[in-house]
Ligand binder design. Structure first.
Ligand code: FAD
Ligand code: SF4
Ligand code: SF4
Ligand code: SF4
Length: 412
């Protein structure tokens, strides 16, 4: 019997799921088992749309449709957590099984602590994540760097630091470092991301550390909660899922890979943040760049931290209605509401109509705030920094000290 903390190799006992799955189909099998046995009412996962650049979220209630979600799509830049709030009533009226990348699961926690998602009704199957590529840039990269027509590509994967494609006539891999040096490769927020193994989910699944004859045919599973252990044990007892203990060497390789990815994240943070400068220089850059804003509200609509019913950016006494570009107050409001909890999911930047590097600005602020207060968003149910500031106390402190530096209240 598996228990919290166990490290296993797992694969589906269904040949079709095994073949269609990215690494033996354990994730699809676990979700199928949960749906068939009414542990959940529906599964929320991702399927290939018209082509491999079209990652589509899908809600499944018929277990036989789950096979369509097997496989990993790296050229999609979806975030599933905000969709839970927007379209699934925060899982309040339905038990849902879901596959989540690092940013997805972080968003689930930030929305749950704001009472927008009910995690008691969710079974979270996390997948390790080395990063995703924006679909538009992926097509351009395949054409320019691989010299291949993107329409002819039928499979892509990221393996051992390479972006690999299979296409009519062959396969080709180019190192991610080379692609990224040339301005292609993973989205910039993914390069800075340090949520590699989703241990805050119920199960954390991935291919790092799967070696020997199991490489490519099984998934490395870390059991992260009792809920995860129960699902896994039931699927194994029913003969749906096969498991064995992960070998020591595999565990070692997984740890080494995770650490190398964390170091790479640090390298990119240093590089990206240093370009922003500090203090007034940084502010000036942000003011200049956000002056392109056409006030489409996409950054607000898609951010998993923006959840207010009445958005302050729509209050006429704060931001003058109808003015384009909006006054800088528009951006300041969003920055102050979100900065302590930004999970660096990249949605605001990816979907900005004017290509303003919003995630970079917000992530840089979040990292500074994390250094000051020690609050790390998306990892557990700890409340964000701003939730700890009580308005009457803060007003009194402001009038007593004349200082607007809220973090002074934490100083002894
Ligand atoms: P399957 O049974 O094939 O199930 C895969 C599940 O992933 C399905 O539920 C599907 O809906 C979901 N999915 C597919 N694409 C997305 C997406 N874009 N966003 C959210 N969910 C999606 N493992 C590592 O060890 N290292 C990595 O660097 C790594 N990077 C990954 C990057 C991405 C974008 C994804 C989706 C996965 C990544 N994984 C990584 C996990 C790995 O590719 C396998 O998903 C994992 O080993 C499970 O394999 P499986 O055969 O059990 O999954
Ligand atoms: Fe993966 Fe992190 Fe990028 Fe999300 S932000 S897609 S978890 S690398
Ligand atoms: Fe994601 Fe941008 Fe919101 Fe940060 S501010 S959580 S990067 S959408
Ligand atoms: Fe402005 Fe970009 Fe936000 Fe749209 S997404 S409101 S253009 S900053």
């Amino acid at each position: 019997m598996a228990a919290k903390g166990d490290l296993l190799y797992a694969w589906s006992s269904d040949k079709k799921i095994q073949d269609k799955g990215e690494c033996g189909g354990a994730v699809t099998q676990l979700l199928k088992y949960a749906l068939e046995n009414k542990i959940v009412d529906a599964v929320f996962a991702v399927k290939k749309g018209i082509d491999l650049y079209d990652a589509q979220p899908t809600l499944i209630t018929d277990p036989k449709d789950l096979i369509n979600t097997a496989g990993s799509l790296h050229c999609g830049s979806l975030l599933l957590s905000k969709l839970f709030k927007k379209y699934l009533d925060g899982a309040n009226n339905m038990r849902i099984g879901v596959t989540l990348k690092g940013c997805d699961v972080m968003g689930m926690y930030e929305l749950a602590k704001r009472k927008q998602i009910n995690l008691d009704n969710v079974v979270m199957i996390g997948v390790n994540c080395g990063g995703t590529v924006s679909p538009i840039l992926a097509r351009k990269m395949i054409k320019d760097k691989f010299g291949v027509d993107p329409e002819k590509v039928h499979k892509e994967e990221i393996d051992k630091g390479q972006f690999i494609i299979e296409y009519e006539g062959g396969h080709k891999g180019i190192s991610m470092d080379e692609l990224e040096e040339a301005g292609y490769g993973r989205r910039s927020n993914c390069r800075r991301c340090k949520m590699k193994i989703t241990r805050q989910a119920d199960l954390a699944c991935g291919n790092w550390g799967v070696i020997g004859d199991k490489a490519g045919n099984a998934t490395f599973v870390e059991v992260c909660s009792e809920k995860g252990a129960n699902l896994l044990n039931q699927a194994v007892a029913a003969g749906a899922l096969m498991v064995e203990n992960a070998p020591e060497k595999g565990v070692e390789i997984r740890t080494k890979t995770e650490n190398a990815m964390l170091k790479l994240g640090d390298k990119w943070r240093k590089k990206d943040f240093s370009k922003l400068g500090e203090g007034n220089e940084r502010l000036k850059k942000i003011v200049e760049n956000t002056s392109r804003c056409i006030r489409c509200y996409s950054c607000i609509e898609n951010c998993p931290i923006c959840y207010c019913v009445e958005c302050s950016t729509r209050k006429p006494y704060l931001v003058k209605p109808g003015e384009v570009p909006p006054n800088f107050m528009f951006h300041l409001i969003r920055f102050t509401h979100v900065a302590d909890s930004c999970i660096n999911c990249g949605q605001c930047e990816e979907l900005c109509a004017m290509d303003i590097p919003l995630a970079l600005y917000m992530h840089a602020l979040q990292v500074d705030l994390e250094e000051m207060f020690g609050f790390k968003p998306g990892v557990d149910m700890t409340l964000p920094v701003l939730a700890l500031v009580e308005e009457p106390t803060e007003r009194k402190r402001l009038s007593d000290t004349g200082s607007d530096q809220i973090y002074d209240i934490f100083k002894k």
